[in-house]
Design a protein. Structure first.
Lengths: 352, 327, 388
């Protein structure tokens, strides 16, 4: 793609402490403190925000229009310019980025939340599948990931021991992440659906995340070291697993290429890989070498609030730039069965 | 100072269940009707690849696909995953392998279950065949599952080379044009902090709202946030029990899942002291005599969580100007 | 650098009916998409990205159905984005797509919205039981009827205004081959004699439940130059949201609606909407919402909207025709209804609206709303490119 019309950056990121369940909180009660925190970090108030966009899923909540109640936490009065995607918040961020590129707004609030605890998320996600040939068989999300993992094993790209070491590394990294749900050394456990073991699967939990985007000088005002979005793109693949090469992720590679990820090496990558095996697919598709810090936050293996986990990858990558831990980071989000849809953003800090 | 412990968290089952009715379109209709007749159809793309199961549109070119072919009920496992603990709705109730199977003659793989004694008896590349369901209706579940099958394995098929699958016109007697796909998901609903406190108040027949610390409006029922200020509502404020009908409608159609005789009046009621109206049913007065401004009070029935309805108090009607902001 | 002007060069919709039993969900959306491509004389390869919208996933019982629909919409290898903003979603989806062009992220975008309501039952989808809440009614009519009564009280509008709107929209639908309801024997007496469902709303003053899809091809200046038929140009577009319920909310004339319109008019240089706008496609699911939105959108002073309706101003031959297509009252695939409004507005300024064409329409407004009258999306399209 050609250079974006304007420079837009992620200037703040906040997230909840991710927990197995949050029965004590309604969705808005879970989301609102995160919105307050992200605004506090910039000193902005709701009225300073030019555009608001969120991501969530009715199917997780078991209620139609569930996002309308979460809006109560924003304080949408006087009325705000606002939109919502029925997808991970990473795509809400994409929509907000485009809005800022048009020049119609200079700042945007993006948030996402998911409560997996009320239902059985493995079964809920079966409703994402082709309703004629797949959904009637109720193939759960772990089963589909396991089919992908076995294909990787068969192709010689990994084995159970290598997957276990990824699981161990991510949970060890997550020890430094105060928001993570699953940290430290843990047994790999039994097969959930072989070849995937408990340790290869993400924790199930509830959580929320928010970021603020700002354009140009506004970004510099709101953040000492903005995480400039140098490029962002997302691509989708065919739906049916049987027509795809499950060991590869061409849509991730294409999105990364369009986002400019291959122009120069990145030092950090936050990959939205809920399963260890998917981290293998993604690092291969992106050609990430050992010199790249992958998922220093622990990734989705440490906390996986569905519909927010992708946005958290963008937020974590941006936060690494804000802190000065990264100069050029790649952030990735995924949606759909076995990495069907993928988004890649490249974030950079100003030279120090 | 003593700290009041938060009330016990409320939980209740929430079942989302519906028998969705799905029309199929020609390709899916032919495939599912074929399964009923123990015939497996694929569809050929412009490049000659045979897709099984047949899809309506080419994933690569988006072209509409209509050229049906018949493929074998035997095939080869392209990947698999052992499922030690089957879940509700899945094809088999005993441990099984999920498999992607490329049927002989097909260029792509179909997802289903494989009945096998254990993971040690499953491998990629193994030969399998369809085990048909005893009763078939024209659905993907007409394939009960796959089962291991010993034969002289043919070489890998691409669906384009030798043994080109035969064309099929997709015509069957009494074709299946639609399917019913019941789906049930079970959730456990918990209403959160503010609603829980509200519900505990109702249990004592008190209506307790919460005040916004910023704009001072009293929210009834409280939902956890003042929606205009975006902050948590805090102080608890008892409102009512009396209130004013601010607007209403007369409901003349009976809803399936609702045990209320029609006609009845569904009203917005601003309880005294509340910052906005809540919704309730009006009784104790003929439906055609309900009016805006009517003063009402709750009528409780034994064991009910909410007032059964609101009835006139007999006070003079409220002046429009006193409630026109509370419609 | 300023925004890229956005042109609508292709429009397609399905023939909307209660149940399309001959097609799958993919078949339904595909039909609208192919018609939009044919109108623009483009192929799948010309499309850079797909933006899709629909109302709650429970309506079809498919979570995030765009995943399954990627193949049917030629989206494989492309960006595909799913929008959901309740009933306004069809409009919001078009605006998100327009922004992709305006920001020069993509040159040509397919946008589409749909609902296949026959897969389930809208009453069920809208009224999933919520534990601990008191079930009081089902469906949207009972929710909106008290607001209609509040409007009548506030303005003193006579009881008959709602029936005039329904009678007009159903007659307009007879001129629109894609409309769901074609009531050839409609009379005002029949509308007024139809059963009172949620008093003050009668059966004939409510929208149907439809299966349908609508698609548009949006493109940049260069794309418009190549287009075989006249383009509709986006002169302004906006979304506004306010909370579902709050102290002081004006359900009769929500501020989010009037703010949204004001933003669109500002972008488009509209100072007198009543005179400068030639046709309006507004989201009127219950007939009384026409006079209510006439006021909310600035076409009439507060309390005066019903007078325009009563005087025939909003008729097909009036000086401010509202819903020449027959509107939501004649066609309602919920998630698509907002995009149909946007598309019908574009058809008017392209001069392509067929029998329900308003002669010489140069500027038209497309309007959608949703949720508890809280989510609004609108665009103003013109026959000439925007100035500047």
């Amino acid at each position: 793609m050609s250079a974006p019309l304007r420079d837009v950056a992620i200037v703040a990121f906040a997230q909840s402490d991710h927990r197995r369940r949050t029965d004590d909180l309604s969705e808005v009660e879970m989301v609102m403190p995160v919105l307050h925190e992200v605004l506090r970090r910039t000193g902005c108030e709701t009225s300073d925000i030019g555009f608001t966009c969120s991501g969530s899923s009715d199917y997780l909540a078991g209620r139609a229009f569930s996002f309308t109640m979460a809006l109560d936490g924003v304080g949408a009065w006087p009325p705000i310019s606002e939109s919502h995607v029925e997808a991970d918040g990473a795509w809400a961020l994409y929509e907000a980025w485009v809005k800022l590129l048009t020049g119609e707004a200079d700042t945007a609030l993006v948030y996402a939340y998911g409560k997996s605890s009320p239902g059985s998320v493995r079964d809920v996600l079966t409703r994402q599948l082709d309703p004629y040939y797949l959904a009637p068989l109720w193939p759960d999300s772990v089963a589909l990931a396991a089919l992908q993992a076995q294909a990787l094993v068969d192709a010689g790209h990994t084995d159970e021991a290598a997957l276990a070491s990824i699981a161990a590394r991510r949970r060890a990294d997550a020890s430094a992440n105060p928001h993570a749900q699953l940290t430290g050394a843990r047994p790999q456990g039994d097969h959930v659906v072989a070849p995937l073991r408990t340790g290869d699967c993400p924790p199930i939990g509830d959580g929320a995340a928010a970021v603020i985007l700002a354009a140009g000088d506004r970004a510099r005002e709101l953040c000492e070291r903005p995480a400039w979005i140098r490029g962002m793109d997302h691509r989708i693949e065919a739906h049916s697993l049987g027509v795809r090469d499950l060991t590869d992720s061409p849509s991730t590679r294409l999105a990364a290429e369009r986002a400019g990820a291959f122009a120069r090496p990145v030092d950090t990558a936050e990959l939205h890989a809920p399963f260890t095996s998917q981290e293998v697919v993604l690092t291969r598709a992106l050609g990430l070498g050992d010199e790249v810090r992958v998922n220093p936050s622990g990734g989705a293996l440490a906390a996986n609030p569905v519909m927010a986990a992708g946005l958290i990858r963008l937020g974590e990558a941006a936060a690494a730039v804000h802190r000065g831990d990264s100069d050029r980071a790649l952030a990735h989000a995924t949606s759909g069965p076995c990495l069907q849809q993928n988004l890649v953003a490249v974030l950079e800090g100003d030279p120090r | 100072m003593t700290v009041t412990p938060p009330p016990e968290i409320l939980r209740a089952p929430l079942v989302v269940e519906f028998p969705f009715t799905r029309s199929l379109g020609p390709v899916q209709s032919a495939f599912l009707t074929g399964l009923r007749e123990r015939v497996v159809l694929g569809v050929r793309t412009e490049s000659g690849k045979v897709l099984v199961p047949p899809v309506e549109y080419d994933p690569e070119t988006a072209a509409e696909l209509r050229e049906l072919v018949e493929v074998a009920a035997t095939g080869t496992v392209t990947t698999w995953a052992w499922n030690p603990a089957p879940r509700p709705g899945q094809p088999l109730a005993t441990p099984f392998a999920w498999v992607l199977v490329r049927l002989d003659g097909a260029g792509t793989a179909l997802l289903h279950a494989l009945d096998a004694p254990g993971p040690e008896s499953v491998r990629t590349g193994m030969r399998v065949r369809i085990r048909w369901a005893a009763e078939r209706s024209g659905a993907i579940t007409d394939i009960a599952c796959f089962e291991p099958y010993e034969d002289d394995a043919p070489g890998p098929s691409t669906g384009t080379g030798e043994g080109r699958p035969a064309a099929h016109d997709g015509e069957f007697a009494d074709p299946v044009t639609g399917i019913t796909t019941p789906a049930r998901l079970d959730y456990t609903y918990s209403p959160g902090r503010a609603q829980t406190r509200y519900l505990y108040g109702l249990a004592e027949r008190r209506t307790v709202g919460e005040r916004c610390p910023s704009c001072a409006k009293v929210y009834v029922p409280p939902r956890g946030a003042c929606p205009t200020c975006g902050v948590a509502t805090t102080d608890r404020v008892e409102v009512g029990p009396r209130g004013t009908v601010t607007t209403y409608c007369v409901v003349n159609i009976k809803a399936k899942n609702l045990d209320i005789d029609v006609p009845y009046v569904y009203a917005h009621i601003a309880l005294d002291g509340a910052g906005l109206a809540l919704h309730g049913r009006i009784g104790g007065i003929p439906y055609d005599q309900v009016r805006m401004g009517l003063r009402v009070e709750p009528v409780w029935t034994e064991g009910a969580r909410y007032p059964d309805h609101y009835r006139p108090t007999g006070e003079p009607d409220a002046d429009y100007d006193t409630y026109k902001e509370l419609l | 650098m300023s925004k890229e002007p956005v042109a609508v060069v292709g429009i397609g919709q399905t023939r909307h009916v209660a149940a399309r039993r001959d097609v799958s969900i993919a078949g339904l959306v595909r039909e609208a998409a192919l018609r939009a491509l044919a109108d623009a004389e483009l192929t799948w390869a010309d499309i850079d990205a797909v933006v899709i919208g629909k109302a709650p996933d429970f309506f079809e019982g498919v979570m995030m159905p765009e995943l399954y629909l990627a193949d049917a919409l030629g989206a494989v290898g492309k960006p595909m984005l799913r929008v959901h903003t309740a009933g306004s979603v069809g409009g919001s989806t078009a605006l998100v797509a327009a922004n992709l062009v305006a920001a020069r992220v993509h040159r040509t975008v397919l946008t589409l919205a749909f609902e296949k309501q026959s897969e389930s039952n809208a009453m069920w989808g809208l009224s999933l039981p919520v534990p601990f809440q008191q079930p009081l009614l089902a469906g949207a009519g009972g929710f909106f009827a008290p607001h209609v009564r509040a409007y009548m009280r506030r303005t003193g509008a006579p009881d008959t205004v709602g029936s005039l709107v329904a009678y007009k929209d159903r007659r307009n639908a007879l001129k629109n081959p894609y409309a769901h309801l074609h009531e050839h024997d409609i009379t005002l007496e029949k509308v007024q004699a139809s059963p009172m469902l949620w008093d003050p709303i009668r059966y004939s003053e409510t929208c149907p439940s439809s299966d349908g899809a609508c698609a548009m091809v949006l493109t940049d200046r260069a794309g418009a130059d190549r287009a075989p038929r006249p383009a509709a140009w986006v002169h302004g577009g906006a979304m506004r949201s306010e909370p579902t319920l709050f102290a002081g909310k004006d359900f009769v004339s929500p501020r989010a609606g009037s703010d949204c319109a004001a933003d669109v008019y500002r972008q488009a240089g509209i100072t007198d909407p009543r005179r400068q706008i030639d046709a309006v496609e507004m989201y009127v699911p219950f007939s009384w919402y026409e006079p209510m939105w006439l006021e909310n959108l600035g076409f009439a002073a507060e309390g005066e909207g019903w007078k325009l309706t009563e005087a025939g101003v909003t008729e097909l031959d009036g000086d401010l025709p509202v819903n020449p297509s027959g509107g939501v009252l004649s066609t309602n695939p919920i998630g698509a209804s907002g995009m149909i409004r946007f598309a019908e507005a574009a058809l008017q300024v392209r001069g392509e609206a067929g029998e329900h064409q308003i002669d010489g329409a140069r500027r038209a407004l497309g309007h959608a709303y949703g949720g508890g009258a809280q989510f609004f999306s609108m665009w103003l399209v013109g026959s000439a490119p925007p100035a500047g």
